[in-house]
Design a binder for this molecule. Structure first.
Ligand code: SF4
Length: 376
Protein backbone atom coordinates (compact mmCIF):
# COMPACT_ATOMS: atom_id res chain seq x y z
CA UNK A 1 0.00 0.00 0.00
CA UNK A 2 1.20 3.46 -0.81
CA UNK A 3 0.09 7.07 -0.53
CA UNK A 4 0.10 10.13 -2.76
CA UNK A 5 0.82 13.58 -1.34
CA UNK A 6 -0.12 16.60 -3.48
CA UNK A 7 1.50 19.90 -2.47
CA UNK A 8 -0.51 23.00 -3.37
CA UNK A 9 1.99 25.87 -3.09
CA UNK A 10 -0.37 28.83 -2.70
CA UNK A 11 -1.68 30.82 0.26
CA UNK A 12 -3.76 33.98 0.42
CA UNK A 13 -1.29 35.65 2.77
CA UNK A 14 1.86 34.73 4.64
CA UNK A 15 1.45 33.67 8.26
CA UNK A 16 4.19 35.29 10.32
CA UNK A 17 5.70 32.00 11.57
CA UNK A 18 5.57 29.95 8.39
CA UNK A 19 8.52 28.56 6.45
CA UNK A 20 6.61 26.13 4.23
CA UNK A 21 6.81 26.54 0.50
CA UNK A 22 4.02 28.70 -0.92
CA UNK A 23 3.39 31.72 -3.12
CA UNK A 24 0.64 34.33 -2.80
CA UNK A 25 0.35 34.68 -6.59
CA UNK A 26 -2.94 32.85 -6.91
CA UNK A 27 -3.17 33.84 -10.58
CA UNK A 28 -0.71 31.01 -11.32
CA UNK A 29 -3.03 28.34 -9.88
CA UNK A 30 -4.40 27.04 -13.15
CA UNK A 31 -1.04 26.44 -14.80
CA UNK A 32 0.26 24.87 -11.57
CA UNK A 33 -2.65 22.43 -11.36
CA UNK A 34 -1.94 21.33 -14.93
CA UNK A 35 1.76 20.87 -14.11
CA UNK A 36 0.97 18.77 -11.03
CA UNK A 37 -1.41 16.60 -13.06
CA UNK A 38 1.36 16.12 -15.60
CA UNK A 39 3.85 15.19 -12.87
CA UNK A 40 1.38 12.48 -11.79
CA UNK A 41 1.54 11.11 -15.35
CA UNK A 42 5.33 11.38 -15.60
CA UNK A 43 5.86 9.46 -12.35
CA UNK A 44 3.24 6.76 -12.68
CA UNK A 45 5.82 3.99 -13.04
CA UNK A 46 7.23 4.85 -9.60
CA UNK A 47 4.40 3.18 -7.69
CA UNK A 48 3.53 -0.48 -8.20
CA UNK A 49 1.49 -0.73 -5.05
CA UNK A 50 -2.14 0.17 -4.59
CA UNK A 51 -2.75 3.74 -3.44
CA UNK A 52 -4.56 3.83 -0.12
CA UNK A 53 -4.46 7.55 0.71
CA UNK A 54 -4.45 10.82 -1.22
CA UNK A 55 -3.48 13.90 0.76
CA UNK A 56 -3.76 17.55 -0.37
CA UNK A 57 -1.30 19.57 1.72
CA UNK A 58 0.32 22.93 1.38
CA UNK A 59 0.30 25.84 1.30
CA UNK A 60 -3.45 26.06 1.35
CA UNK A 61 -5.11 23.42 -0.85
CA UNK A 62 -8.55 24.91 -0.16
CA UNK A 63 -7.64 27.86 -2.43
CA UNK A 64 -8.24 25.42 -5.31
CA UNK A 65 -11.75 25.28 -6.74
CA UNK A 66 -13.66 22.03 -6.40
CA UNK A 67 -13.15 21.44 -10.12
CA UNK A 68 -9.38 21.79 -9.72
CA UNK A 69 -9.37 19.38 -6.77
CA UNK A 70 -11.45 16.81 -8.64
CA UNK A 71 -9.26 17.20 -11.73
CA UNK A 72 -6.20 16.23 -9.66
CA UNK A 73 -8.01 13.32 -7.98
CA UNK A 74 -9.04 12.10 -11.42
CA UNK A 75 -5.41 12.31 -12.55
CA UNK A 76 -4.51 9.99 -9.66
CA UNK A 77 -7.24 7.52 -10.61
CA UNK A 78 -6.26 7.65 -14.30
CA UNK A 79 -2.61 6.81 -13.60
CA UNK A 80 -2.47 4.69 -10.43
CA UNK A 81 -4.27 1.71 -8.90
CA UNK A 82 -6.40 3.09 -6.07
CA UNK A 83 -8.19 1.00 -3.41
CA UNK A 84 -11.97 1.01 -3.35
CA UNK A 85 -12.38 3.54 -0.53
CA UNK A 86 -9.21 5.61 -0.17
CA UNK A 87 -8.76 8.21 2.56
CA UNK A 88 -8.71 11.54 0.69
CA UNK A 89 -7.74 14.47 2.91
CA UNK A 90 -7.92 18.16 2.11
CA UNK A 91 -6.10 20.65 4.29
CA UNK A 92 -8.37 23.68 4.41
CA UNK A 93 -8.36 27.08 6.05
CA UNK A 94 -11.48 28.48 7.74
CA UNK A 95 -11.70 31.54 5.45
CA UNK A 96 -12.17 29.17 2.47
CA UNK A 97 -14.85 27.11 4.20
CA UNK A 98 -18.14 28.92 3.74
CA UNK A 99 -21.24 26.81 4.38
CA UNK A 100 -21.76 26.39 0.63
CA UNK A 101 -18.18 25.36 0.06
CA UNK A 102 -18.39 22.72 2.78
CA UNK A 103 -21.54 21.30 1.22
CA UNK A 104 -19.87 21.21 -2.22
CA UNK A 105 -16.80 19.49 -0.77
CA UNK A 106 -18.95 16.91 0.99
CA UNK A 107 -20.29 15.92 -2.44
CA UNK A 108 -16.75 15.53 -3.85
CA UNK A 109 -14.44 12.52 -3.30
CA UNK A 110 -12.81 14.36 -0.35
CA UNK A 111 -13.72 12.36 2.76
CA UNK A 112 -11.46 13.91 5.39
CA UNK A 113 -10.97 17.60 6.23
CA UNK A 114 -7.96 18.88 8.12
CA UNK A 115 -8.79 22.43 9.15
CA UNK A 116 -6.08 24.95 10.08
CA UNK A 117 -7.79 26.56 13.08
CA UNK A 118 -4.60 27.20 15.13
CA UNK A 119 -6.48 29.22 17.78
CA UNK A 120 -10.05 30.26 18.57
CA UNK A 121 -8.85 33.65 19.85
CA UNK A 122 -8.48 36.83 17.84
CA UNK A 123 -5.28 37.92 19.66
CA UNK A 124 -3.43 34.76 18.65
CA UNK A 125 -4.76 34.77 15.08
CA UNK A 126 -3.66 38.40 14.61
CA UNK A 127 -0.20 37.76 16.06
CA UNK A 128 0.26 34.85 13.65
CA UNK A 129 -1.29 36.81 10.72
CA UNK A 130 -3.78 34.06 9.94
CA UNK A 131 -6.26 34.93 7.17
CA UNK A 132 -9.31 33.91 9.26
CA UNK A 133 -10.91 35.30 12.40
CA UNK A 134 -12.19 33.58 15.53
CA UNK A 135 -15.81 33.60 14.34
CA UNK A 136 -14.90 31.88 11.06
CA UNK A 137 -12.94 29.27 13.02
CA UNK A 138 -15.98 28.23 15.03
CA UNK A 139 -18.52 28.54 12.20
CA UNK A 140 -16.64 26.34 9.80
CA UNK A 141 -16.19 23.53 12.31
CA UNK A 142 -19.88 23.63 13.22
CA UNK A 143 -20.86 23.38 9.55
CA UNK A 144 -18.18 20.81 8.66
CA UNK A 145 -19.34 18.62 11.54
CA UNK A 146 -22.77 18.24 9.94
CA UNK A 147 -21.37 17.16 6.54
CA UNK A 148 -18.15 15.27 7.34
CA UNK A 149 -17.54 12.44 9.77
CA UNK A 150 -13.75 12.52 9.54
CA UNK A 151 -12.44 15.94 10.60
CA UNK A 152 -9.19 17.04 12.13
CA UNK A 153 -8.24 20.50 13.33
CA UNK A 154 -4.79 21.98 13.95
CA UNK A 155 -4.06 23.97 17.09
CA UNK A 156 -0.83 25.77 18.02
CA UNK A 157 0.53 26.10 21.55
CA UNK A 158 3.45 28.08 22.93
CA UNK A 159 2.20 31.26 21.20
CA UNK A 160 3.80 34.34 22.80
CA UNK A 161 1.20 36.00 25.03
CA UNK A 162 -1.09 32.94 25.21
CA UNK A 163 -1.16 31.94 28.87
CA UNK A 164 -2.22 28.52 30.12
CA UNK A 165 -5.78 29.70 30.82
CA UNK A 166 -6.28 30.75 27.18
CA UNK A 167 -4.70 27.51 26.02
CA UNK A 168 -7.11 25.53 28.20
CA UNK A 169 -9.99 27.55 26.75
CA UNK A 170 -8.77 26.70 23.23
CA UNK A 171 -8.69 23.01 24.09
CA UNK A 172 -12.14 23.17 25.67
CA UNK A 173 -13.60 24.83 22.56
CA UNK A 174 -12.12 22.04 20.43
CA UNK A 175 -13.53 19.40 22.79
CA UNK A 176 -16.98 21.02 22.66
CA UNK A 177 -17.14 20.19 18.94
CA UNK A 178 -16.64 16.48 19.70
CA UNK A 179 -14.05 16.06 16.94
CA UNK A 180 -12.43 12.71 16.15
CA UNK A 181 -8.91 14.06 15.53
CA UNK A 182 -6.74 16.97 16.64
CA UNK A 183 -3.19 17.82 15.57
CA UNK A 184 -1.26 20.24 17.72
CA UNK A 185 2.18 21.77 17.29
CA UNK A 186 4.43 24.00 19.32
CA UNK A 187 5.04 27.36 17.67
CA UNK A 188 8.62 27.35 16.46
CA UNK A 189 10.54 30.43 15.39
CA UNK A 190 12.07 29.66 12.01
CA UNK A 191 14.87 31.72 10.44
CA UNK A 192 13.80 34.22 7.78
CA UNK A 193 10.22 34.52 9.07
CA UNK A 194 8.42 37.71 10.08
CA UNK A 195 7.99 36.29 13.59
CA UNK A 196 11.75 35.90 13.97
CA UNK A 197 12.25 39.56 12.98
CA UNK A 198 9.53 40.79 15.36
CA UNK A 199 11.15 38.89 18.24
CA UNK A 200 14.61 40.22 17.37
CA UNK A 201 13.24 43.78 17.32
CA UNK A 202 11.50 43.22 20.66
CA UNK A 203 8.04 43.76 19.12
CA UNK A 204 6.89 40.29 20.20
CA UNK A 205 8.13 38.32 23.25
CA UNK A 206 10.20 35.24 22.44
CA UNK A 207 8.61 31.81 22.71
CA UNK A 208 9.03 30.25 26.12
CA UNK A 209 10.10 26.60 25.86
CA UNK A 210 9.05 25.81 29.42
CA UNK A 211 5.59 27.20 28.83
CA UNK A 212 5.33 25.25 25.56
CA UNK A 213 6.23 22.07 27.44
CA UNK A 214 3.63 22.84 30.13
CA UNK A 215 1.00 23.52 27.48
CA UNK A 216 1.86 20.24 25.75
CA UNK A 217 1.22 18.36 29.01
CA UNK A 218 -2.04 20.25 29.58
CA UNK A 219 -3.08 19.18 26.07
CA UNK A 220 -2.15 15.52 26.50
CA UNK A 221 -3.97 15.27 29.85
CA UNK A 222 -7.12 16.98 28.54
CA UNK A 223 -7.35 15.01 25.31
CA UNK A 224 -6.51 11.63 26.85
CA UNK A 225 -9.21 12.25 29.48
CA UNK A 226 -11.63 12.72 26.58
CA UNK A 227 -10.91 9.48 24.72
CA UNK A 228 -8.11 10.61 22.38
CA UNK A 229 -5.00 8.52 21.83
CA UNK A 230 -1.78 10.53 21.46
CA UNK A 231 -0.57 8.19 18.71
CA UNK A 232 2.16 10.55 17.52
CA UNK A 233 3.67 13.40 19.50
CA UNK A 234 1.61 16.01 17.60
CA UNK A 235 -1.42 13.89 16.74
CA UNK A 236 -4.41 12.80 18.79
CA UNK A 237 -7.13 10.57 17.40
CA UNK A 238 -10.17 8.71 18.64
CA UNK A 239 -9.90 4.97 17.85
CA UNK A 240 -10.49 4.35 14.10
CA UNK A 241 -9.73 7.99 13.27
CA UNK A 242 -5.92 8.01 13.20
CA UNK A 243 -4.73 9.67 9.99
CA UNK A 244 -4.02 6.78 7.61
CA UNK A 245 -1.81 9.01 5.49
CA UNK A 246 0.45 10.10 8.32
CA UNK A 247 0.46 6.71 10.02
CA UNK A 248 1.73 5.10 6.81
CA UNK A 249 4.50 7.68 6.72
CA UNK A 250 5.54 7.01 10.31
CA UNK A 251 5.46 3.25 9.78
CA UNK A 252 7.94 3.64 6.91
CA UNK A 253 5.57 2.90 4.02
CA UNK A 254 6.26 4.34 0.58
CA UNK A 255 4.68 7.52 -0.73
CA UNK A 256 4.88 9.72 -3.78
CA UNK A 257 4.85 13.50 -3.33
CA UNK A 258 3.99 15.74 -6.29
CA UNK A 259 4.05 19.53 -6.60
CA UNK A 260 6.83 21.99 -5.71
CA UNK A 261 8.81 21.04 -2.55
CA UNK A 262 6.96 17.72 -2.11
CA UNK A 263 8.98 14.80 -0.72
CA UNK A 264 8.78 11.14 -1.78
CA UNK A 265 10.03 7.86 -0.31
CA UNK A 266 10.30 4.55 -2.14
CA UNK A 267 11.77 2.42 0.65
CA UNK A 268 15.42 3.16 -0.07
CA UNK A 269 15.48 6.61 -1.67
CA UNK A 270 14.17 9.90 -0.48
CA UNK A 271 13.57 12.59 -3.07
CA UNK A 272 12.26 16.10 -3.04
CA UNK A 273 10.96 18.46 -5.68
CA UNK A 274 12.39 21.91 -6.24
CA UNK A 275 10.91 24.69 -4.01
CA UNK A 276 10.34 27.19 -6.79
CA UNK A 277 7.01 27.46 -8.62
CA UNK A 278 8.14 28.93 -12.00
CA UNK A 279 11.11 26.52 -12.28
CA UNK A 280 8.92 23.59 -11.28
CA UNK A 281 6.37 24.45 -13.98
CA UNK A 282 9.04 25.03 -16.64
CA UNK A 283 10.76 21.70 -15.96
CA UNK A 284 7.52 19.74 -15.96
CA UNK A 285 6.52 21.38 -19.25
CA UNK A 286 9.87 20.16 -20.66
CA UNK A 287 9.10 16.63 -19.36
CA UNK A 288 11.94 16.91 -16.85
CA UNK A 289 11.32 15.92 -13.23
CA UNK A 290 12.51 18.77 -10.95
CA UNK A 291 13.81 16.31 -8.37
CA UNK A 292 16.81 15.71 -6.17
CA UNK A 293 17.33 12.15 -4.96
CA UNK A 294 19.20 10.82 -1.95
CA UNK A 295 19.92 7.14 -1.38
CA UNK A 296 19.50 6.33 2.27
CA UNK A 297 22.42 4.56 3.93
CA UNK A 298 21.80 1.93 6.61
CA UNK A 299 22.65 4.59 9.19
CA UNK A 300 20.13 7.05 7.68
CA UNK A 301 17.42 4.39 7.74
CA UNK A 302 18.28 3.45 11.34
CA UNK A 303 18.15 7.13 12.41
CA UNK A 304 14.74 7.61 10.78
CA UNK A 305 13.45 4.39 12.31
CA UNK A 306 14.49 5.60 15.77
CA UNK A 307 13.11 9.11 15.28
CA UNK A 308 9.67 8.04 14.05
CA UNK A 309 9.49 5.19 16.57
CA UNK A 310 10.11 7.47 19.53
CA UNK A 311 7.53 9.99 18.30
CA UNK A 312 4.76 7.35 18.06
CA UNK A 313 2.92 4.91 20.31
CA UNK A 314 4.40 2.06 18.23
CA UNK A 315 7.87 2.72 19.63
CA UNK A 316 11.19 1.39 18.34
CA UNK A 317 11.01 -2.36 17.78
CA UNK A 318 14.32 -3.62 19.17
CA UNK A 319 14.09 -7.00 17.41
CA UNK A 320 13.78 -5.13 14.09
CA UNK A 321 16.82 -3.02 14.95
CA UNK A 322 18.80 -6.23 15.14
CA UNK A 323 17.26 -7.96 12.12
CA UNK A 324 17.27 -4.92 9.79
CA UNK A 325 20.36 -3.05 10.88
CA UNK A 326 22.52 -5.61 12.72
CA UNK A 327 23.88 -6.46 16.13
CA UNK A 328 26.09 -3.34 16.29
CA UNK A 329 23.08 -1.09 16.04
CA UNK A 330 21.22 -3.02 18.74
CA UNK A 331 24.20 -2.82 21.08
CA UNK A 332 24.51 0.91 20.34
CA UNK A 333 20.86 1.75 21.00
CA UNK A 334 20.85 -0.26 24.23
CA UNK A 335 23.94 1.57 25.40
CA UNK A 336 22.70 5.04 24.40
CA UNK A 337 19.21 4.59 25.82
CA UNK A 338 20.29 3.42 29.29
CA UNK A 339 20.62 6.95 30.74
CA UNK A 340 17.12 7.85 29.52
CA UNK A 341 15.70 4.60 30.93
CA UNK A 342 17.24 5.45 34.32
CA UNK A 343 15.68 8.94 34.22
CA UNK A 344 12.25 7.52 33.33
CA UNK A 345 12.22 9.34 29.97
CA UNK A 346 12.24 6.05 28.04
CA UNK A 347 10.80 2.62 28.85
CA UNK A 348 10.93 -0.83 27.22
CA UNK A 349 7.58 -2.57 26.88
CA UNK A 350 6.94 -5.71 24.85
CA UNK A 351 10.33 -5.41 23.16
CA UNK A 352 9.66 -1.81 22.09
CA UNK A 353 11.58 1.25 23.22
CA UNK A 354 9.09 4.04 23.95
CA UNK A 355 9.07 7.53 25.41
CA UNK A 356 7.33 7.77 28.77
CA UNK A 357 4.82 10.49 29.56
CA UNK A 358 7.69 12.52 31.01
CA UNK A 359 9.91 11.95 27.97
CA UNK A 360 7.38 12.42 25.17
CA UNK A 361 7.82 16.16 24.67
CA UNK A 362 11.59 15.59 24.52
CA UNK A 363 11.34 12.80 21.92
CA UNK A 364 13.30 14.57 19.18
CA UNK A 365 16.18 15.48 21.48
CA UNK A 366 16.32 11.97 22.94
CA UNK A 367 16.22 10.45 19.44
CA UNK A 368 19.17 12.56 18.34
CA UNK A 369 21.18 11.08 21.23
CA UNK A 370 20.37 7.60 19.90
CA UNK A 371 21.37 8.45 16.33
CA UNK A 372 24.31 6.67 14.82
CA UNK A 373 26.83 8.92 13.08
CA UNK A 374 29.98 6.96 12.45
CA UNK A 375 28.98 3.56 11.13
CA UNK A 376 27.86 3.22 7.49
S1 SF4 B 1 -1.71 29.06 5.58
FE1 SF4 B 1 -0.28 27.45 6.24
S2 SF4 B 1 1.21 27.24 4.56
FE2 SF4 B 1 0.09 29.19 4.24
S3 SF4 B 1 1.38 30.75 5.17
FE3 SF4 B 1 -0.10 30.09 6.73
S4 SF4 B 1 0.92 28.41 7.86
FE4 SF4 B 1 2.05 28.75 5.96
Amino acid sequence: MSGIYIHIPFCKQACHYCDFHFSTQLGKKEVMVKAIAKELVLRKSEIDEVVETIYFGGGTPSVLSNDEIEYLIQAVYDNYKVIHDPEITLEANPDDLSNNRIIQLSKSPINRLSIGIQSFFEEDLCLMNRAHNAQEAENCIREARTHFDNISIDLIYGIPGMDNERWKANIQKALDFDLPHISSYALTVEPRTALKKFIEKGMVPDVDDEQAQEQFHILVDALEANGFVNYEISNFGKPDYFSKNNTAYWLGKTYLGVGPSAHSFDGTHRSWNIRNNPTYIKKIEENVLPIEIETLSTTDRYNEFVMTGLRTIWGVDLARIESEFGENYLRYINQQSSKFLERDLLAVRGGKLLTTKKGKFLADGIASDLFMINLK
